[in-house]
Design a protein around this ligand. Structure first.
Ligand code: TRP
Length: 461
């Protein structure tokens, strides 16, 4: 493929929107082939465009098994429409049965944006959680915590630091010798955020999905890699068929898995370990299990690709019993970014580029009136050539945020292209809906303000 590689910098302001390239370069999976039983607006419109191993979560959901949803917020500045997209996704997963954990990245905000922990707390509660409540997150199934006051998050980050190094950070984040160490530590804390909900004290082993903007994918790549590196058992496709299980011996588990100090294997111990694996597979109902301790593999020929997750989960639980961490690599989903109102990137530091959820209605109207338009420069030309809804902020915002009705959207889309609907008319449609939407949100915020404290986990109160 021609052209430069895309660089994703989670702290930078530049943001590539070359989504096909991003999928290819970073090995994301497209949502195109994913079956979603009750798709949300963002799914139906292709706005949620990519994922990593979402099937694991969807299968757990279909089986009625539990799954968790984790996302984080950076407490700095005001919450705007762009931020609400993650919450739309979280809400959808919650409606599908997921339990929700929300990390307030107060340590990250302090380290990378200079926001004090105290200030970070105030912003998180008054600005973000207040809006999450108004947007309809279910307080009964949502837990908000602060990075600074949940020790396991920091401990996991520290512990897993052992399995990465500066070279990997250079490869993932482009760090170099001049990089501030806060930027080295922040991702490790985020690793702790993402992995801790599956520890025994926070809900136990279950699939966890992390809905984020694609700018956060580097953290997911890091986390998934680190989780896999700690695993004691590898689960892979068998050579000819089925699933093949091998041991992954490292410092932490060498003794338990039977490696003697001289490097040789304790045959008796090894046999016990393999018997343990066989027992797990028997419990899952397989009968054709081939155990080869000498070759270091257990094969399950009748297992299918789809069984891999079940097998993996079973062995992670087993690993925990043997003293390992038993971490499942997280799943993730990614959404397209809505264009900024000026036609450039949406950014909280530039109020003209977005609608803040707290903007008053006259401001909303003014911003939309001035927004970048996909119309032609004169009415005559517009009638003749038609407008372009793909770059028209008013249309785009209805599609991303304000209009639920797909058929209606399709209708104004084609009328706009045909030149029947004028740019000013499109803006007025958007204003009507935006004012309605935000007006309702403000009302909800008053009604749900008393719930904010109930969103907080014990350790966040
Ligand atoms: N780094 C994220 C941001 O800049 C915030 C965050 C912290 C986060 N921990 C997380 C996001 C865990 C997703 C999952 O917005």
């Amino acid at each position: 493929m021609a052209g430069e590689d895309v660089v994703i910098d989670p702290w930078g302001s530049a943001q590539s929107t070359d989504y096909d390239r991003i999928i290819e370069q970073f090995g994301l999976s497209s949502m195109d082939n994913v079956r979603i039983d009750s798709p949300s607006r963002l799914h139906r419109r292709g706005i949620v465009f990519a994922h990593r191993e979402l099937d694991t979560v969807l299968e757990a959901q279909r089986r009625g098994d539990g799954f968790g949803v984790l996302t984080g917020l950076m407490p700095s500045g005001q919450m705007h429409l762009g931020h609400s997209m993650v919450i739309d996704q979280v809400k959808w997963f919650q409606q599908q049965g997921g339990d929700v954990t929300i990390a307030v990245a107060d340590l990250e905000s302090q380290a990378t944006r200079g926001v004090s922990l105290e200030k970070g707390r105030a912003i998180a509660l008054e600005e973000y959680i207040a809006n999450y409540a108004a947007l309809g997150l279910d307080v009964e199934r949502t837990n908000v915590y602060f990075q600074s006051s949940r020790p396991i998050v920091q401990r996991l980050g520290f512990q897993l630091g052992k399995r990465t190094n500066l070279n990997e950070f250079e490869a993932i984040y482009g760090f170099g010798g001049e990089t501030n160490l806060a930027h080295v530590q922040a991702p490790m804390v985020q690793v702790g955020d993402i992995l801790h909900p599956q520890t025994d004290d926070y809900g136990g082993l279950r699939p966890i999905v992390v809905p984020v903007g694609v700018d956060q994918d580097p953290h997911l790549r890091l986390t998934r890699g680190l989780a896999s590196k700690t695993n004691w058992f590898n689960v892979a496709d068998g050579k000819h068929s089925g699933v093949s299980i091998t041991l992954s011996v490292h410092d932490e588990n060498a003794a338990v898995l039977g490696q003697l100090p001289n490097g040789r294997m304790d045959k008796q111990r090894l046999k016990e370990i393999f018997d343990g694996i066989v027992k797990c597979m028997t419990e899952l109902g397989y009968s054709d299990i081939q155990s080869n301790p000498k070759q270091g593999t257990v094969n399950v020929p009748s297992a299918t690709k789809r069984d891999k997750t079940t097998i993996r989960m079973k062995l992670l639980a087993h690993e925990r019993q043997l003293g390992g961490m038993g971490l499942l690599a997280p799943s993730s989903t990614y959404h397209h970014f809505a264009v900024g109102m000026t036609g450039d990137k949406m950014s909280s530091s530039q109020p003209k580029t977005t609608l803040f959820l707290g903007d008053d209605l006259p401001t909303v109207e003014k911003k939309i009136k001035r927004a970048f338009s996909g119309g032609q420069s004169t009415v005559e030309e517009h009638r003749r050539l038609g407008g372009n809804p793909d770059i028209d902020v008013a249309y785009q915002y209805m599609m991303y945020f304000f209009e639920e009705d797909d058929a209606y959207l399709a209708e104004i889309n084609s009328e706009y292209r045909a030149g029947k609907l004028l740019a000013g008319e499109m803006k007025q449609l958007c204003i009507d809906r935006a004012v309605d939407w935000l007006g309702q949100l403000h009302e909800m915020r008053d009604q749900t303000a008393h719930l904010v404290k109930d969103f907080l986990a014990e350790d966040a109160r």
